[in-house]
Design a protein around this ligand. Structure first.
Ligand SMILES: Nc1ncnc2c1ncn2[C@@H]1O[C@H](COP(=O)(O)OP(=O)(O)OP(=O)(O)O)[C@@H](O)[C@H]1O
Ligand SMILES: [Mg+2]
Length: 428
């Protein structure tokens, strides 16, 4: 397996390369220490050697790390990394074109690394063996990532696989995919199909507490089919990463510094609508549940949730379902089963003005209205002129007609109820 081969090489490099270098460094450091007083010149030259050897070791580490996962993948994304590599390979007389959809979905790290290595080897081969004038690299993603590298060179009928072709095949096979390579219609052609496994769900974590993020990452990382692709410590960062990584699911805290989880959710619903936001929060009051839902969150869980519950919620929102933890579900159901607030006539009036209008419609004179409501006749008069203005009526008679049509004043003895002064929730 390509991966096993890589491990072996890593072990060899660490054991035979870096190990001895660092051992040598410690001996030399001791020697320099011993010589400092007696022979400072010799000590100085040992220190210079130490510096050069350490710099060499740092280079080795960089190369090893690169082999594990090319840093360009994290810095530039798959397409950017392939373009960068193409620019390096390009030389006089060979043009390499890289085409890809504007936004690739978030890819599992293993698929990304395999696609990068296959593309790199295929481009290298086309440059080395085909004598091509132009090379085309094309990426497409659906339920699988499709990579095609074609050239316009001359190609032997039979490609005898060396390490390059074999490891391309192995890398694809390891991920349950395939890679075919050989002479095509115009020249050489390599096609790799890497399943994205609808099974693999990519997850981004946003929480301002590193401990919470660390715990969640460890938990989700231990579950098959979940792949944590990033972490954010505030809402702004969450939006940025959601837009670049396009994870299937973003697990989001509500209270975070800078931009909070609700505002971030609103922005993600606009800028990266395919990302399902699952709120995971300490709060479960109606306001935050509904604010989160209105902002576009697909689910809502409390931080005390069991791990099974969290994993189930992630899978559900990734599949397009809406999900509420048990405590939260009750609130949502309670909200919708409560009777709707009564429709209030003349929402443009204040509660007090509506009370006054009700009494006018009931045929009460100003003096009585003032007494009933415990306000002065002057205040009643002020309310009335304001009501006339808002209803655009010329006089009391017209106001009475409008009010009665709307159902006011019909029960002459009715006193304003406790809810009568409430403003309506929405203007119909
Ligand atoms: N684009 C291409 N056009 C023409 N021939 C090709 C092309 N790609 C591969 N080949 C042929 O297939 C052979 C095998 O390629 P492979 O990458 O496995 O080995 P290699 O490039 O020769 O060496 P290495 O193991 O270092 O990659 C090449 O030697 C070459 O003959
Ligand atoms: Mg090769």
């Amino acid at each position: 397996m390509a991966r096993e081969e890589e491990r072996r090489r890593l072990r060899r490099d660490l054991h035979d390369g870096l190990g001895p270098v660092l051992t040598g460094v410690t001996f030399k450091a001791d020697a320099a220490g011993n010589l400092i007083a007696a022979d400072p010149e010799a000590a100085r030259s040992l220190v210079a050697e130490l510096r050069a050897e350490t710099a060499g070791a740092i280079n080795d580490i960089r190369r090893l790390v690169y082999d594990l996962r090319p840093p360009a993948l994290d810095d530039l994304g798959l397409v950017g990394a392939i373009r960068q590599r193409a620019a390096h390979l390009q030389r006089d007389g060979v043009a390499i074109h890289v085409a890809a959809p504007a936004a690739l979905p978030a890819l599992p790290a293993a698929v990304e690394a395999a696609a990068f290595r296959i593309a790199t080897e295929a481009m290298t081969n086309a440059v080395r063996h085909a004598g091509a004038g132009s090379i085309h690299v094309r990426l497409d993603a659906g339920t699988e990532l499709r990579l095609r590298v074609s050239d316009d060179g001359v190609s032997p009928r039979d490609w005898r696989p060396g390490v390059g072709l074999s490891s391309m095949r192995e890398r694809a096979a390891e991920l349950g995919g395939s890679c075919t390579a050989g002479p095509g219609a115009g020249g050489g052609e390599v096609v790799a199909i890497l399943p994205l496994g609808s099974i693999m769900i990519t997850v981004l974590l946003a929480d301002d507490h590193p401990v919470v993020r660390g715990g969640l990452r460890a938990l989700l990382g231990s579950i098959d089919g979940l792949n944590v692709v990033g972490e954010a410590a505030n809402g702004r960062e969450a939006v940025r990463q959601a837009v670049t990584h396009r994870p299937d699911v973003l697990v989001m805290d509500i209270q975070m510094p800078d931009v909070d989880g609700i505002a971030a959710t609103r922005q993600i619903a606009r800028d990266a609508p395919g990302v399902a936001v699952l709120m995971l929060t300490m709060y479960h009051d109606d306001d935050s549940v509904f604010a989160a839902m209105r902002a576009g969150a697909r689910g809502y869980l409390l931080k005390g949730a069991e791990q099974d519950e969290i994993v189930r919620a992630i899978r559900s929102v990734a599949a397009g379902e809406a999900i509420f933890g048990p405590g939260v579900a009750q609130r949502v159901l309670g909200f919708f089963s409560a009777p709707p607030p009564p429709e209030v006539p003349f929402p443009e009036l204040t509660g007090r003005e509506r009370d006054v209008l009700d009494l006018i419609a009931g045929g009460r004179p100003n003096g009585e209205i003032g007494r009933r409501l415990g306000i002065s006749a002057k205040t009643v008069a002020n309310h009335i002129s304001s009501i006339f203005g808002k209803l655009q009526v010329a006089d009391r008679a017209e106001a009475i007609i409008r009010a009665r049509d709307a159902g006011l004043g019909l029960q002459g003895e009715r006193l304003p109820g406790p809810g009568a002064s409430r403003q309506p929730p929405e203007v119909p």
